[in-house]
Design a protein around this ligand. Structure first.
Ligand code: HEM
Length: 478
């Protein structure tokens, strides 16, 4: 072996030893050696490099997605613990009261913190990446656009007409994969509300791009062409181009009046030199506005299929509404507010389905929680899913039981039930999501009976979904 090769070999071996020693030290620190003065939450950072990712993944892909948290809560006798998943050491909280406290104190004691590779996809102006003045402005704007009065005046008719025409098409198709159909329907709706786009090849293409985009969120973040992440980045680029073209078109033709959200955002004056902000904002509204709502609709049908008693009671509520209205009268806001059992079904679907299972924060200062010290700058994952599936809070927690909710129950101040987040990042589409779900359930259960064509089950990795796409055969009731 030549001298140069020997030197390279020795250097290579030395580097490998140093890296290994560092990993071992990091791993051992994770087991209690770190910061002896601070009383850190209990936990383990698992194996070098992969940490506890494999256990976490197995739990998300199982019928009890909260198992990872449950096991650790029992092992450490603590709902707050340390772990290491997807390449990050973090503190995980399954404590609903701490979760809510952290959400409510976002932008003060805490701030939102997501991995950088995610920003490459969602854009640096994604809602979760915004802070300070811009967050307050855009949050205020979107909350205002989707407040109940606006929904009543501007959105309700649009939802009724779009869902009606889509559901009529389903009746002609007979056998459908409900997951795909609902996803396209809700994407069409948000594309109409945001960009004034009618259902078309364009909106079908937008959904396909989102499928690629969403897959990339949990893929290995590499830009090598052909990889899932690289395809996601390309999908982002195409989506942004589409949005930018629409904005350009509007600038060229100011005489054409649009009554969509983009028009309102442009009117608020963000357009001047911040096209990038508007494009990211629209992209993330399209994502937030179709992904969670469509999954909630899908899972509600799945849960109802498995619980005939709940389906019968829900159908009765909606048949009565129809009977009282008489022929050919459109559903109105009063009908919506009269759907009491429907709200129990929705609450229970959201509790059990956990379509937004948690959020990341970082603490801006040292904090003390339940006798534990959490040093400034820690990455904290607030699992909102864990309390929702916790037997200590909900008996028979994995069972779909809409009767656990009282009719007319006010959940707005419920500390356990924070599926729409809380504080300055409370979901802007909270009321819209509930309205869409109610109208969808009304139309679906009054028009159809259905047979489930495959034994499908939920999986939470990478995102909540039904593994087989929920194929069903529809039968018209009337
Ligand atoms: C079942 C349906 C939905 C669920 C479960 C849901 C859940 C959530 C959650 C948990 C957050 C807070 C995230 C965090 O704290 O990091 C959030 C934020 C947000 N959601 Fe929703 N969402 C739903 C539907 C919608 C819809 C229909 C829209 C309409 C566009 C929407 C728009 C937003 C926006 C814009 C934010 C960011 C708010 C901000 O930071 O200013 N969501 N959502």
């Amino acid at each position: 072996m030549a001298l140069a090769e020997q030197v390279t070999l020795v250097m290579g071996l030395l580097t490998a030893v140093v890296v290994l020693l560092r990993l071992i030290r990091k791993w051992r620190n994770g087991h209690g050696g770190q910061n002896r003065k601070a009383h850190l939450p209990p936990g383990s950072i698992g194996w070098p490099l992969i940490g506890e990712t494999w256990s976490y993944y197995r739990s998300l892909a199982s019928s009890n997605p909260s198992k990872f948290v449950e096991d650790r809560r029992k092992r450490y006798n603590s709902a707050i613990f340390r772990t290491h998943i997807f390449g990050d050491e973090l503190i995980m909280s399954a404590d609903p009261y701490f979760n809510k406290y952290a959400m409510q104190n976002d932008e003060r004691i805490f701030q939102s913190r997501f991995p950088k590779f995610l920003l490459n996809l969602t854009g640096k102006y994604a809602f979760f990446a915004l802070h300070g003045e811009l967050l307050r402005k855009l949050h205020g704007l979107t909350v205002n656009m989707m407040r109940p009065e606006r929904l009543r005046a501007d959105f309700m008719d649009e939802i009724l007409s779009l869902f009606d025409s889509t559901i009529n098409q389903w009746a002609d198709m007979e056998d459908i994969f409900l997951q795909n159909e609902i996803s396209q329907m809700v994407l069409n709706l948000i594309a109409k509300q945001l960009l004034d786009l009618s259902p078309s090849k364009e909106t079908t293409e937008i959904r396909k791009l989102f499928v690629e985009f969403i897959r990339a969120i949990v893929a290995i973040p590499t830009k090598i062409p052909g990889t899932t992440h690289a395809k996601g980045l390309k999908a982002r680029k195409n989506l942004i181009t589409k949005i930018a073209n629409i904005i350009e078109e509007r600038k060229k033709h100011p005489e054409v009046v649009h009554r969509d959200m983009l028009a309102r955002i442009l009117k608020e004056g963000y357009v001047a030199n911040t096209q990038e902000i508007i494009c990211d904002c629209i992209l993330n509204l399209l994502l937030a506005g179709h992904e969670n709502s469509s999954k909630a609709m899908l899972f509600s049908v799945k849960y109802l299929s498995d619980c005939p008693k709940a389906l019968a009671q829900l159908r009765e509520e909606h048949d009565i509404i129809l009977r009282n209205k008489g022929d050919n009268k459109k559903l109105d806001w009063n009908d919506y507010t009269s759907m009491k059992f429907t709200q129990c079904v929705i609450n229970e679907t959201l509790r059990l389905g956990n379509f937004a299972p948690g959020t990341y924060k970082e603490n801006k200062e040292d904090i003390k929680v339940k006798d534990y010290d959490i040093p400034k700058g820690s990455l904290i994952f607030l699992s909102t899913m864990a309390p929702h599936l916790d037997e200590n809070f909900y008996s028979n927690a994995l069972k779909f039981d809409p009767w656990r909710w009282k009719l007319d129950q006010d959940i707005s101040n419920d500390s356990l039930f924070v599926l729409f987040g809380a504080g300055p990042r409370l979901c802007s589409g909270y009321h819209l999501a509930k309205l869409e779900l109610s109208i969808f359930l009304h139309m679906f259960v009054t028009r159809f009976r259905w047979d489930v064509l495959a034994d499908d089950h939920a999986s939470y990795f990478p995102f909540p979904q039904l593994s087989k796409g929920f194929p069903i055969r529809l039968h018209l009731r009337r």
